[in-house]
Ligand binder design. Structure first.
Ligand code: S3P
Length: 166
């Protein structure tokens, strides 16, 4: 089966949903942030702190390219993977791109106690989330083949919906 790639904002459930989706479709599950942490030997937070966001974005693109010409994977991506035009076109080549769309209230709720995400280390996290969502919305829509509204739905429902559309 062609790869299924989950995109969406931080806290939209890409990892949780990806893992279950892979089990149900009997595909492998691959989480890009975990892959990056394993290959770099430090956490995403540490990569941002020690090497900067630009370095992280380069590594992210390298890991994405590794998936070209592979199949049978469900791939959970990092929320910023859609930022570059290059990544957006690689995503489409790799497989079917599913955008998990949660509304800002849901995302704020999911991320309010987060300590790990470097982009949210700000005094006013809510403002930062709204700002990033505004900046990125068009990129998610542009990269997606399928859009799934997740707000208020259970994980199981979202997984079922994705499977019914694929
Ligand atoms: C990022 C999202 C994170 C991680 C990094 C940057 C972003 O992944 O890749 O902190 O730019 O939105 P999650 O979406 O899994 O939190």
């Amino acid at each position: 089966m062609r790869n299924v790639i989950l995109i969406g904002f931080m806290g939209s459930g890409k990892s949780t949903i990806g893992k279950i989706l892979a089990q149900q479709l009997k595909l492998n599950w691959l989480d890009m942030d975990i892959e990056i942490e394993q290959s770099e030997g430090i956490t995403i937070k540490e990569i941002f702190e020690q090497k900067g966001e630009e370095y992280f974005r380069q590594i992210e693109t390298l890991h994405l390219k590794k998936q070209l010409n592979k199949d049978n994977n469900v791939i959970s991506t990092g929320g910023g993977v859609v930022l570059s035009e290059e990544n957006r076109s690689i995503l489409k080549e790799i497989g079917t791109v599913v955008f998990l769309h949660a509304n800002s209230e849901q995302i704020i709720e999911n991320l309010k106690d987060d300590e790990q995400r470097p982009l949210l280390r700000e005094d006013n996290v809510e403002d930062k989330i709204r700002k990033l969502l505004d900046q990125r919305e068009a990129n998610y829509l542009n990269a997606a083949n399928i859009i799934i509204q997740t707000t208020g739905k259970s994980i199981e429902n979202v997984v079922e919906e994705i499977i019914s559309i694929l």
